[in-house]
Structures are given as structure tokens and as C-alpha cells.
Write a protein that binds this ligand. Structure first.
Ligand code: IPE
Ligand code: IPE
Ligand code: MG
Length: 256
């Protein structure tokens, strides 16, 4: 049943590079983009497919969006692939989502490495099957030299649980209260030394964060589109980035 995923994350099968002439160079593309890849289920319903096929189509789209990220100058991509709340889904769907990730780490590491992708994981590994957790750690190590794109996979990730684990580790390190600063706490997050996301894209139209990077996104810009994740293509990605470039990020400062 899961064989369909075996080649779903394959750079070598990718479409030819789109001529960037169609897409004028962005003057300051966001360094770090987060994506809440929502709408696989609704895409499946709309297209007469199973939810599993919807997640498959979503994974194929991720492969394309990674390539576009490099084309457009994005250096870090954080994708929300499985939330701590997604355990509430039927066991068969949960197993399918686990299997998708496992197939990616089983079959795509060479491709990812060849394409300069550095994989990282955000979330709690110890709640996953030990075999899968081990494969994820191997994948992180295998791709650690990647220089073109950092891909943070938020899998079994929840923003609140991330904050709790950061506080626990802070306490275990016996950090005194007066030493606790925003900067220090940031270092205890899964993202540790990474810059905060500049832009967060949410597909399929919901106006909520669903527990995604709630600490790091304090000053992120948002782009929300009704497009279902599997249909979120290059032109709309460019649109989101171009839209970001026009925003005035004031961080609470004065306008003008
Ligand atoms: C997003 O698609 C993928 C995950 C949450 C794993 P959904 O499965 O949430 O799709 P919808 O929201 O039901 O359409
Ligand atoms: C958010 O989508 C989680 C992921 C994309 C992995 P959900 O579909 O789980 O979010 P809700 O339930 O609509 O808030
Ligand atoms: Mg959803």
C-alpha cells in the first residue's frame, strides 16, 4: 500500500528548471520561510482521491517547493508535517504519515545531499517509533554539510510542547531566573541558533497557527491562501515572496 510513496520525493524526476526570467529577481527574499502545509485531505476529496493520496500529492509538492526555494533565494524552509495534535487522527492515517516520512529518509537522502539540502528535525523524537527516530537522526547526520537549503521538518512538533521542553531543560541546567532572557530561551528551542521565520505561509485558508512556531513567529509575516497544499505552485510561491518584499516590518517601531 505504501509503495506509491517510494519515489515521491525525487529531485531527479523533477520538472526542468523554470526560466527565472518569468520571475524578476526579488530584492530581499525572506531568509527563513515556514509553511503550514494544510489541505491535503480537502484536495483529495475535491479530486476524488483517498486522503492517503492527498498526503502523497502534498509530499510531491514539497519536493517542487524545495527546488523553488533555492531558485528564489530562500535559505531555510520549515515545513509543518505532523503536529502534536495530529495523533488525534485515525490510526491508519497516522501510520500513513509516519510511513511517508520514513520513505523520504529511506529513499531520498542521496538526492537531498546532492542538491545541497541540510535536513533538520523540530519536535519530539522520543514519541516516534524508535526505528523511525533512528533513521531521522541518521538523515540529519548524513546531510549535515548541505549549504544550499536548510530544511527543518517539524514532525511531532507543537509550539507549546517546545516551550515546555525548553523550560524543563533550562531548569535542568539550573539557570537562575535573572539569567533567563528571550535570547537565552530561544537557544533552548528546537530551532536553537536558527533565525526566526520571516514569512509563514498557510495553505487552504485557515486563519490560525495550529501551534506552529508560536515562539519564533512573534514577528513573522503571514501569507494565507485558499489554495490546497498539493496545488500550491511556483507562481503562487513567488507571489507570496513578492508580497512579503512589499511589507513594512516595523517590529513595533514608528511608521515612517
Ligand atoms: C495537512 O493536510 C497535512 C497534515 C496535517 C498532516 P490535512 O490532512 O490537514 O488536510 P485537510 O485540512 O483535512 O484538508
Ligand atoms: C496543521 O494542520 C498541522 C500540519 C499542517 C501538520 P491541521 O490540519 O492539523 O490543523 P487544524 O486542525 O486545521 O488546526
Ligand atoms: Mg488540515
Amino acid at each position: 500500500m505504501f509503495d506509491a510513496f517510494k519515489s515521491s520525493f525525487n529531485f531527479s524526476k523533477s520538472e526542468p528548471k523554470v526560466d527565472l526570467g518569468e520571475y524578476p529577481l526579488l530584492d530581499h527574499p525572506p531568509h527563513h520561510v515556514g509553511i503550514i502545509m494544510d489541505g491535503n485531505g480537502r484536495w483529495a476529496t475535491a479530486n476524488g482521491k483517498t486522503r492517503f493520496q492527498g498526503h502523497q500529492a502534498g509530499t510531491e509538492n514539497l519536493r517542487r517547493v524545495m527546488e523553488h526555494s533555492t531558485d528564489f533565494g530562500v535559505k531555510m524552509l520549515t515545513i509543518y508535517a505532523f503536529s502534536t495534535e495530529n495523533w488525534k487522527r485515525p490510526p491508519l492515517e497516522v501510520r500513513g504519515l509516519m510511513k511517508i516520512l520514513e520513505n523520504v529518509v529511506d529513499n531520498e537522502l542521496e538526492n537531498l545531499k546532492r542538491n545541497g539540502v541540510q535536513l533538520r528535525h523540530l519536535g519530539q523524537l522520543d514519541k516516534l517509533e524508535p526505528v523511525l527516530a533512528k533513521k531521522i537522526l541518521y538523515a540529519i547526520d548524513f546531510t549535515k554539510e548541505g549549504q544550499k537549503l536548510v530544511l527543518n521538518i517539524a514532525f511531532n512538533y507543537g509550539g507549546r510542547s517546545e516551550i515546555i521542553q525548553a523550560i524543563k531543560r533550562l531548569m535542568l541546567d539550573k539557570i537562575p531566573p535573572e539569567a533567563v532572557t528571550e535570547e537565552l530561551l530561544s537557544h533552548y528551542m528546537y530551532t536553537a541558533d536558527s533565525p526566526d521565520p520571516d514569512l509563514i505561509i498557510r495553505t487552504s485558508g485557515e486563519f490560525r497557527t495550529s501551534n506552529f512556531m508560536i515562539w519564533q513567529a512573534a514577528y513573522a509575516e503571514y501569507y494565507i491562501t485558499p489554495t490546497y497544499w498539493p496545488d500550491f505552485g511556483k507562481a503562487e510561491y513567488y507571489q507570496a515572496l513578492a508580497d512579503y518584499c512589499k511589507r513594512d516590518r516595523r517590529y513595533g517601531g514608528r511608521n515612517g
